[in-house]
Design a protein around this ligand. Structure first.
Ligand code: ATP
Ligand code: MG
Length: 588
């Protein structure tokens, strides 16, 4: 199902479960009618061609973030590896917060990550809202069987009667009303005859259960709200905890994988499915819920509510701000689908919560891109280096590998001239110990060019260096015989001033200065890093073009991608994805 071949996988408890389910034939006899549906739709259906079915079920109430990538890679990856199918399902049961904009962005993000839900002719893209009719039938069936009732207590009273962890709840006075009455009231709720909060449909389970989730949970509430897909067709909406198992069962999901917070909901998940199965509404084998630890990444927040706040209150430029942990932001920042899949695979699947350091994400990008990123040179804090013994009208062609790991990529060409841009920090008048770069009297290699000897500098009235001067040694050109006879301790990068391409370069730091900005009750806004973005005007090696999907490694500086939203090929803007691991040692 993925477009690219899978990574080497490490086993995990979910893989073990699936393998033992497949070995025991747990899903033998499972049918699939070609589309989701209740038991009645399966009577003449053939066997399910998918050995397992998983799903990624986002609520379209925000943009996807790195935590969702984990769930996507897991669910689509398991389906891929075990001959299964993974559904993309929008869990759109909460009309007030959901929007088409989010649906579109989610579809785009999952595709971008490299996953696909079309198998043969069938697109396994589903919407919970398409099941509202069936869910309503199921609710009626539960009422008729005595498993649900309409409660006319206010939401506050219901909450008060629910009890606590140490005290049982109390039965509602409406709990034992006749089924006919509940059926009629549910019908009236649906017809819009009652205001929000005036009544609700509740499961009739056990107000004394030690598991609060089993104390007659609400199945349907009244919400006079317009839904982004069903418009005003409905004014009652199912609650997530009830709707979710129903959605899974209608879609023939075998392994319903969610995060640990839902562990306490599993008994209600099973209660719902078993009651509906016993009533003939759903067919065996039923889905089973499994929980794994959510991804908690340091230096970011991943609650959609908090991300929305960052956007709405202008702390970032939008959902796709390169500092955001959204997939749209990570993409703009330069994270590739391969790097995110590698990160998700490598951070594993666990049953206990842990925290993952942001540096693992950066490392995944480096590993993904080091073999392929095009090399180039950028000078971010330029000062002019004048080669005083090099003629002003001369250009000397130089070359360097496009990617040292990939000889087939060939070489890049760029000129050496009398006036170059170098990094300001690569010159000093008074070198500290172990400083091997330019200072009067010292020799360094201009990478891919010549060895030069620094002869001094020019300063303005404020004492700021405006030009560095040096003389080159014509016998030392890189790649020519004898080039290495002159030994130097430092090598620096440069670009020809007359040929370099000017670009805006955006350098990013962590958006938050605390590793876990929203841990406990902390106000996450208090630890926003005011210096999370630095914008500089730099000079790029000629040929460094700002094209779509081009990832660059600027030597010494890190991985960069063009920002095609704010920049154009003629006015390039580059975002730094991450710095380099310190493998290129220019001398201090
Ligand atoms: P939020 O609470 O911020 O709104 P959510 O978990 O409710 O996020 P959903 O749209 O319901 O967002 O999530 C879709 C799927 O992604 C769910 O199955 C959820 O378990 C999974 N998911 C969300 N966040 C993470 C995370 N940090 N790690 C792993 N899976 C996650
Ligand atoms: Mg959710």
């Amino acid at each position: 199902m993925t477009l690219e071949s899978p990574l080497p996988v490490t086993t995990n408890f979910l893989r073990n479960i699936i393998e033992s389910d497949l070995a025991s034939g747990r899903f033998q006899g499972k049918r699939w009618a070609g589309a989701p549906g209740p038991a009645s739709a399966l009577t003449s259906a053939g066997g399910d061609p998918a050995r397992i079915r998983t799903r990624f079920p986002p609520e379209p109430n925000g943009y996807l973030h790195i935590g969702h990538a984990k769930s996507i890679c897991l669910n689509f990856g398991l389906a891929r590896d075990y001959g299964g199918i993974c559904h993309l399902r929008f869990d759109d049961t909460n009309p007030e917060k959901e929007e088409q904009e989010y649906v579109d962005s989610i579809i785009e993000a999952v595709k971008w990550l490299g996953f696909d839900w079309t198998v043969g002719q069938t697109e396994h893209l589903y919407f919970a809202s398409d099941y509202f009719g069936i869910m309503y039938d199921f609710a009626q069936a539960l009422i008729r069987a005595g498993h649900a009732y309409v409660d006319e207590q206010s939401p506050e009273t219901m909450r008060a009667m629910r009890g606590t962890l140490t005290e049982p709840g109390k039965n509602s006075p409406w709990r034992d009303r006749p089924a006919e009455e509940s059926l009629r009231l549910l019908q009236e709720m649906r017809e819009g005859l009652h205001p929000d909060g005036s009544m609700a449909l509740r499961a009739r389970i056990d107000m004394g259960s030690p598991n609060i989730n089993l104390r007659d949970p609400v199945l349907y509430r009244i919400r006079h709200a317009t839904h982004h897909r069903t418009g005003n067709d409905w004014c009652i909406y199912p609650m997530y905890a009830w709707a979710h198992p129903v959605e899974d069962a209608l879609e023939g999901i075998t392994h319903s994988i969610c995060t640990l917070e839902f562990e306490d909901q599993r008994p209600f998940y099973d209660w719902t499915l078993e009651r509906l199965r016993d009533l003939g509404q759903l067919a065996d084998p039923l889905p089973h819920q499994y929980e794994f630890a959510r991804l908690n990444l340091s230096y970011v927040v991943t609650s959609k509510r908090k991300l929305l706040q960052l956007v709405k209150d202008g702390y970032v430029d939008g959902w796709d701000d390169p500092r955001m942990p959204t997939l749209a932001g990570l993409r703009r920042r330069g994270y590739t689908p391969g790097s995110l899949r590698l990160f998700c695979e490598r951070t594993g699947v666990s049953k206990s919560n842990s925290r993952i350091d942001y540096s693992l994400l950066e490392q995944a990008l480096r590993e993904d891109q080091d073999p392929v990123a095009q090399r180039s040179v950028a000078i971010l804090d330029p000062v002019k280096l004048v080669i005083t013994n090099f003629p002003a009208d001369q250009t000397e062609p130089c070359q360097a590998p496009r990617n040292p790991h990939d000889p087939d990529a060939g070489n890049r060409n760029f000129p050496f001239t009398r006036e170059l841009w170098i990094e300001r920090e690569d010159f000093t008048e008074n070198p500290p110990k172990k400083y091997f770069r330019l200072f009067p009297g010292n020799k360094v290699r201009l990478k891919y060019g010549y060895v030069v000897t620094c002869t001094g500098c020019v300063k303005d009235a404020d004492g700021r260096v405006t030009e560095v001067h040096a003389e080159y040694d014509p016998a030392t050109k890189s790649g020519t015989d004898g080039a290495n006879l002159v030994k130097v301790k430092g090598t620096i990068t440069w670009v020809s001033a007359a040929h370099a391409v000017q670009a805006e370069i955006r350098l990013y730091d962590r958006l938050f200065s605390q590793p876990f900005p929203d841990a406990g009750d902390a106000d996450f806004l208090a630890s926003l890093n005011p210096e999370s973005r630095q914008v500089v005007q730099g000079w790029l090696e000629p040929g460094t073009v700002a094209q779509k999907n081009s990832v660059w490694q600027f030597e010494r500086l890190g991985y960069f991608v063009p920002d095609l939203i704010d920049g154009t090929p003629d006015n390039p803007v580059f975002n730094r994805t991450t710095t380099l691991k310190d493998t290129w040692a220019p001398g201090v």
